[in-house]
Design a protein around this ligand. Structure first.
Ligand code: E4P
Length: 214
């Protein structure tokens, strides 16, 4: 399973790179708005430290606007993947961009039917938003399972990128269901390694050893 970090904050990205388990980055306009640098500057800096896919989202909502923004974004670095919202206009953009050889991450996916369409259009990644479905009392993880099944049924090569993950169990459940990628905030990556029994066990080992040495 690939791990992406869901942030535009360079400090968090550098810390995740140092952990040695980071495969890529996802950003979105809300995440970029939290930072002081411009979106383009941020993307340039991120692509210098992360060699894997870095998702950069378009702001246009019409197909032509999405296409021209996407063509500019991919000039920033070779590893830019363009994030396109999953609307009818977005679907047309996915088809056009993939036929130009531009890698697309179809974002804001909330149904299996949307996932089926973007796979047919050739998206490299599909991003189902698990946490936001949970927020409206719908089982977000069910969508991950459905998309994995559908893609396996037909051999679609679009990678399932479980997004809007809010806690470690979202990551574990995505892995159990066979999602190709999990994108998560820095806090969740850090939480994945923590277990109180590990800390208690380590403390006891060191204490016992110290006693024997006295
Ligand atoms: C994914 O690419 C999105 O940027 C992200 O996962 C959204 O997460 P949120 O619902 O916590 O904002």
């Amino acid at each position: 399973m690939k791990f992406f970090i869901d942030t535009a904050n360079l400090k968090e990205i550098n810390s995740a790179v140092e952990m040695g388990v980071l495969d890529g980055v996802t950003t979105n306009p809300s995440l970029a708005a939290k930072e002081t640098a411009s979106y383009n500057e941020l993307l340039q800096d991120i692509c210098k430290v992360v060699p894997g896919p870095v998702s950069a989202e378009v702001l246009a909502t019409d197909t032509e606007g999405m296409l021209s923004e996407a063509r500019e974004l991919v000039k920033i670095a070779d590893n830019i993947v363009v994030k396109i919202p999953t609307t009818l206009e977005g679907l047309r953009a996915v088809k056009a961009l993939t036929s130009e050889g531009i890698s697309v991450n179809s974002t804001l996916v909330f149904s299996a039917s949307q996932a089926l369409l973007v796979a047919k259009a050739g998206a490299s990644f599909v991003s189902p938003f698990v946490g936001r479905l949970d927020d409206i009392s719908t089982e977000g993880m069910q969508l991950i399972g459905d998309i994995v099944t559908i893609y396996n049924n037909y051999g679609y090569r679009t990678e399932v990128l479980a997004a809007s993950l809010r806690h470690p169990m979202h990551v574990v459940q995505s892995a159990l269901l066979g999602a190709d990628v999990a994108t998560m905030p820095y806090k969740v990556i850090a939480q994945l390694i923590k277990h109180p029994l590990t800390d208690i066990g380590l403390e006891k080992f060191l204490e016992d050893y110290k006693k024997k040495m006295q």
